[in-house]
Design a protein around this ligand. Structure first.
Ligand SMILES: Nc1ncnc2c1ncn2[C@@H]1O[C@H](COP(=O)(O)OP(=O)(O)OP(=O)(O)O)[C@@H](O)[C@H]1O
Ligand SMILES: [Mg+2]
Length: 466
């Protein structure tokens, strides 16, 4: 049987060469193109079964080429490659119908696996591309998620695919406190075709039950004492937009039951009213509690849980994506320079090492607070460790309990162990100025095992040198 053709589009000849070698060994025929125009020609002449394309190329922008390719052949799987994965490009690529979105450096195994999957998928139903709203870049900027780690790339891709689902597909966002759940909810809204409609956030812990109920459902005039005027509830205000229910785990049993009905019937009545009002918005819920545990303990309805989590977005804690820390730190540095009218230029090496090895029980929010304070305190050009140190000491004094505790024993143990490993390896590397052999010797571990821990936690020896 004839093996299919793979088209590779990149302006870097090294990449083209590498692809050709890998794919040839697997018996595929490869066709190469150096820019978008050439790629479009090769599609008509060679009819490739799958396309790999770099998104940043001279002349025409990769996303533009992707769009044109999709009009030429809607079902052809196109894998987008980028050296620089921001949230917008990932979301947009998926919205435009990209099959996969990969970030450099690429590994051979991944290229092989994706090629196989893409070819196997060609029988799939037509892509959703073209029928949906575009990512609303301007509006989104304020709510941009920063971070290019693999787990965040997965989150961006998921946001992209969520934006092509209908509004009655409910979304559940899970993650520890400060991981960016609200930002993700806003990104889902901004990426949707209904981004121009309201985004309505409701904190389920902020109000006592009767008030929350009337906030959500609204009430008719005279529905209860004090209900002087008719009031529209959040479900109504949202129209076809997004209803963001934050801390959903705290919803009372009564409201859980009412919400379940709303989700099932897509209808509700205002308090004291009897006309059915349609709910057009998308429900996005979030919690930082172990909601499955709440369910087992009988505090959260199982039927509601399954209605809410049609799609689940899991936000990883910051300590599991160390490589995002420097991007986030620089982003917040700029943010607070602007806000506080300062011009701090960067971080000393020690300060950056500290930031990269600190375990962040409060996740991104904690990093942000740390930097706000550091920018304020810094008089010179660069942030020094001193400016970061104190609040950290503070937290350890304030919370002598174990960090990152959850009720889940297994999870807590793993968290703690990971934190220990990271700190242990970093401390030793610091002591031995980045000399891995010496650090491994000091630790009484083999060099190999020591290095395994380093790569597990994305710790680079070079950041401890000099
Ligand atoms: N990836 C990110 N990029 C930029 N800023 C972020 C990111 N993640 C979180 N933040 C910032 O960190 C702070 C906390 O984020 P957010 O309020 O979304 O967290 P959360 O998960 O809702 O936390 P909680 O469970 O405590 O409500 C916000 O100021 C947010 O802007
Ligand atoms: Mg929140």
């Amino acid at each position: 049987m004839k093996k299919p053709t793979v088209l590779v589009v990149d302006d870097d000849p090294k990449i083209l060469f590498a692809f050709r070698e890998v794919l040839r060994k697997d018996g595929y025929k490869t066709v190469l193109a150096r820019d978008g125009q050439e790629a479009l020609k090769k599609i008509s002449s060679d009819h490739p079964g799958v396309v790999f394309m770099d998104i940043t190329m001279p002349k025409v922008d990769g996303l533009e080429v992707l769009k044109q390719m999709k009009t030429q052949d809607e079902r052809m799987p196109i894998v987008i490659i980028t050296g620089y994965g921001t949230m917008q490009t990932a979301i947009k690529a998926i919205q435009l119908g990209a099959f996969e979105y990969l970030t450099k450096p690429l590994d051979v195994g991944k290229i092989r696996a994706v090629t196989r999957e893409a070819l196997a998928s060609t029988g799939r139903t037509s892509s959703m591309a073209g029928r949906h709203g575009q990512y609303h870049g301007d509006m989104a900027d304020r709510y941009e998620l920063i971070g290019r780690s693999a787990p965040m790339q997965e989150v961006y891709k998921l946001i992209g695919s969520i934006s092509t689902t209908p509004n009655h597909t409910s979304i559940l966002i899970l993650g520890e406190s400060g991981t960016g759940k609200e930002l993700v909810a806003r990104a889902i809204h901004n990426a949707s075709p209904n981004a121009h409609q309201p985004f309505v956030p409701i904190d389920c812990t902020a109000l006592p039950e009767p008030l929350l109920e009337s906030e959500l459902f609204g009430h008719e005039k005279g529905a209860f004492t004090g209900a002087g005027e008719r009031k529209l509830g959040k479900f109504e205000i949202a129209q076809e937009g997004t209803i963001f229910l934050d801390e959903i785990g705290n919803l009372s049993p009564h409201l859980q039951q009412k919400l379940l009905r709303v989700l099932q019937e897509r209808e509700f009545e205002r308090l004291g009213g009897n006309t059915a009002i349609r709910v057009g918005g998308r429900f996005v819920c979030a919690t930082n509690h172990d909601i499955e545990l709440e369910m087992k303990n009988g505090n959260f309805r199982e039927d509601l849980f399954f209605r809410l989590k049609v799609v689940t977005v899991n936000l990883p804690p910051l300590r599991e994506r160390n490589e995002d820390i420097s991007h986030l730190a620089n982003y917040f540095l700029m943010k607070y320079n602007r806000q506080l009218k300062k011009s701090v230029a960067g971080f000393s090496d020690e300060a950056m090492t500290f930031l990269q090895t600190y375990p962040y029980p409060g996740n991104v929010r904690e990093l942000e607070n740390l930097l706000e304070r550091a920018v304020m305190l810094t008089k010179g050009d660069v942030i020094l460790p001193d400016a970061l140190q104190e609040p950290v000491l503070d937290t350890s004094v304030r919370s002598p309990s174990l960090p990152m505790m959850s009720e889940n024993f297994g999870k807590s143990r793993i968290n703690l162990l990971q934190m220990f490993e990271r700190q242990f390896v970093s401390e030793l590397l610091r002591k031995y100025h980045g000399n891995v052999t010496a650090a491994a010797k000091g630790s009484r571990m083999t060099r190999q095992n020591f290095q395994r821990l380093m790569s597990k936690h994305d710790i680079k020896a070079k950041s401890f040198r000099g």
